[in-house]
Design a protein around this ligand. Structure first.
Ligand SMILES: [Ca+2]
Ligand SMILES: [Ca+2]
Length: 187
């Protein structure tokens, strides 16, 4: 009887250990590799670049492009840190100053932030600006001038309703005064 109980307990322990081990593995799988912020001519040299986060360190890297079909000869440059809790909406010149910017959501708060770029290979000297809130239930399609008014917009899906929304931008560092418009459903 005692032996059976001991066997049973060790079986439960083994089971719990296997579950924990599997959880740790799946968590690790989510954290390795890179997450793309997007493609843009970040440093303004006329060549498209990659901006991506190293998921293991939370560091943000610029991979300057070479305008060639092949590996770039340009060395990567660190342009940020502490990005692990963010989801990227994308890269675009959101404020219209001729320099590419990052729009990203802080997943811990649901706030949407504009990180104005400086058109250089390094940390931007521009302070971030809050441009939205309540974005945690959305999935970003990306940034683009969707309505063609010369100002960058956000296209995103509300995950709770599967509706697709256009958030027209204002070319400003702050909340847009433009009302959102539904542009799709069943997404
Ligand atoms: Ca800009
Ligand atoms: Ca627009």
């Amino acid at each position: 009887m005692l032996r059976q109980t001991l066997l049973s307990v060790s079986g439960v322990t083994l089971c719990v250990a296997l579950i924990i081990s599997s959880l740790i593995k799946s968590l690790h799988a989510q954290q390795v590799g890179y997450t793309f912020a997007g493609l843009a001519d970040w440093d303004g040299d006329g060549r498209q670049d990659i901006v991506a986060r190293d998921n293991t360190t939370g560091l943000l890297w610029l991979y300057p492009g070479d305008r060639t079909r092949g590996y770039s000869s340009q060395a990567r440059v660190q342009i940020g840190n502490g990005w692990n809790t963010y989801t990227f909406a994308g890269l675009a010149d959101w404020d219209g100053d001729g320099r590419q910017d990052i729009v990203a959501r802080d997943n811990t708060t649901g706030l949407l932030w504009l990180y104005p770029g400086d058109r250089k290979r390094g940390y931007s000297s521009q302070a971030r600006v809050q441009i939205g809130n309540g974005w945690n239930t959305y999935t970003f399609a990306g940034l683009a001038d969707w309505d063609g008014d010369g100002r960058q917009d956000i296209v995103a899906r509300d995950n709770t309703t599967r509706l697709l929304w256009l958030y027209p931008g204002d070319r400003t560092r702050g909340y847009s005064s433009q009302a959102r418009v539904q542009i799709g459903n069943g997404w």
